[in-house]
Design a protein around this ligand. Structure first.
Ligand SMILES: [Zn+2]
Length: 453
């Protein structure tokens, strides 16, 4: 098996494509290349579920994703992989060590955090897992309650239902589904995991690849523009892309409409969740699940496409049924989803597109790239409202830590960054973070902004 050197070279249905058949719940091929050796992980049981393994096998750099989550020494990793080697010779310690090298600092920091907070992390993980699972199970009952309240209540009851349902969907997206994709609160392989919480929820696998693999590998890369990394991989961060609508980095080409972005940026920021959902469901029109045609990230074959179409039809069916049979005003549903899109967009996007330079992870040093592309903000109120995810620097250092533990890590991360002479970026409040982001939007509406590099 040969692994394509560049995602640009991957044909739409590459012979080496990993086909993850979620209909059957099995992987038919799960191979990774380490150095010159090939490992077949089809029979490997990962505690985070097959989705985690699939992500690694299908990531631009399999070991890169592994070291974002694990602290294995090269010797230990080779021992774990040994039974799965299908090539004549296993990988060497040097080959694994060179793949681990860019992650040395982040691994050292994670080990330091684990030593300092061991029992706390365990306790918070148990609590968070229980809470997010419960939150997820309330999904359809919450939808039914929303339908009943908006169909039968007066204007004030309807307005309350819109706000409460938007808050619920926000919590499920950023806490339950986001946590599930990082295997924070229990992994899940099943395609309908997301849909089991919400109509119009993202496809589990598409969400995993988009957020866990691409966003967390190429955080904020060129702020929506594609970049090519040192080893000729196409890198991009789909979570923060605006496809040229907004210019968020001086590296992005200025276009005449950017002159007015100071006017429309607040709206564009608020519609990001809608844009992502539309993006994902457009995939349903294709014969296979292929994320972002322009970069040829092929996920799997026709089964995925059919599932995606099924989820889309199921979602439309649920909403149409709620309108026709339940009497839900469609405006209330759209208002709740739009409100949620605004809150999710506003609390997340400015934490990764808030600087006038862009620092793509070029395979050199993961710690520096994550600290350059992420910011944290706020105090206790922001921590509470975002379930800890206002600490994006900490989340990117330790993505599978319970989110509510992130604020507790701040002093350790801050101290380590100071020791390493790497800037830790944070704002005292959510407002300060947003204002800084908006000032950048205004500055970049000019073709040649002052103060940019
Ligand atoms: Zn994340």
């Amino acid at each position: 098996m040969t692994r394509p050197d560049s995602l640009r070279e991957v044909p739409p249905t590459p012979p080496s494509a990993v086909v993850f058949d979620l209909m059957e719940g099995t992987t038919s091929s799960m191979q990774i290349v380490v150095g010159t050796a090939v490992y077949d992980l089809s029979s490997f049981k990962h505690p985070g579920g097959e989705l985690a393994l699939f992500g690694m096998a299908n990531a631009p750099h399999p070991l890169q994703l592994l070291f974002q989550y694990h602290e294995f020494t090269p010797e230990r990793l080779l021992k774990i992989l040994a039974p799965y080697c299908i090539s004549a010779k296993p990988a060497t310690v040097d080959e694994v060590a060179s793949a681990r090298q860019p992650f040395e600092r982040v691994i050292e920091l994670r080990l330091r955090i684990q030593r300092a907070m061991k029992s706390q992390l365990r306790r918070l993980r148990t609590w968070e897992t229980r809470f997010t699972q419960t939150l997820r199970l309330l999904g359809w009952p919450a939808f039914v309650a929303f339908v009943a309240a908006t169909a039968n209540g007066g204007p004030s009851v309807r307005a309350c239902a819109v706000v409460l349902y938007a808050a619920y969907v926000h919590a499920v997206l950023v806490w339950s589904l986001h946590g599930q994709s990082h295997v924070v609160s229990g992994g899940s392989d099943h395609i309908s995991y997301c849909w089991s919480c919400l109509p119009f929820a993202p496809h589990s696998l598409a969400w995993f690849m988009q957020h866990t693999v691409l966003h967390h590998s190429f955080t904020g890369v060129a702020h929506n523009a594609h970049a090519v990394t040192a080893d000729n991989h196409v890198a991009f961060d789909p979570d923060v892309r605006f496809s040229g609508v907004l210019r968020l980095s001086p590296d992005e080409e200025w276009q005449p409409h950017h002159r007015y972005q100071w006017l429309y940026a607040p709206l564009a920021l608020g519609l990001t969740v809608w844009a992502l959902l539309i993006d994902m469901f457009l995939l349903a029109t294709k014969g296979q699940l292929q994320l972002y045609e322009d970069t040829k990230v092929v996920l799997a074959g026709p089964h995925e496409g059919r599932w995606l179409t099924g989820l889309l039809l199921g979602s439309i069916g649920a909403v149409v049924g709620a309108v026709v049979l339940g009497g839900m005003p469609i405006g209330s549903f759209l208002a709740a989803m739009t409100l949620c899109s605004f809150t999710v967009g506003y609390v997340n996007i400015p934490t990764h597109t808030n600087l006038l330079t862009s620092h793509a992870f070029d395979g050199d040093d993961y710690f520096a790239s994550q600290l350059a592309e992420s910011t944290s903000y706020g105090g206790h109120v922001a921590n509470l409202l975002t379930a800890g995810l206002s600490k994006q620097v900490e989340h990117h250092i330790f993505p599978n830590a319970p989110f509510c533990a992130l604020p507790l890590m701040t002093p350790i991360v801050r101290k380590y960054a100071a020791e390493q002479n790497v800037r830790y970026r944070s704002f005292s409040s959510f407002g300060a973070c947003l204002i800084s982001w908006y000032r950048q939007v205004c500055l970049l509406s000019l073709e040649r902004p002052h103060g940019a590099h």
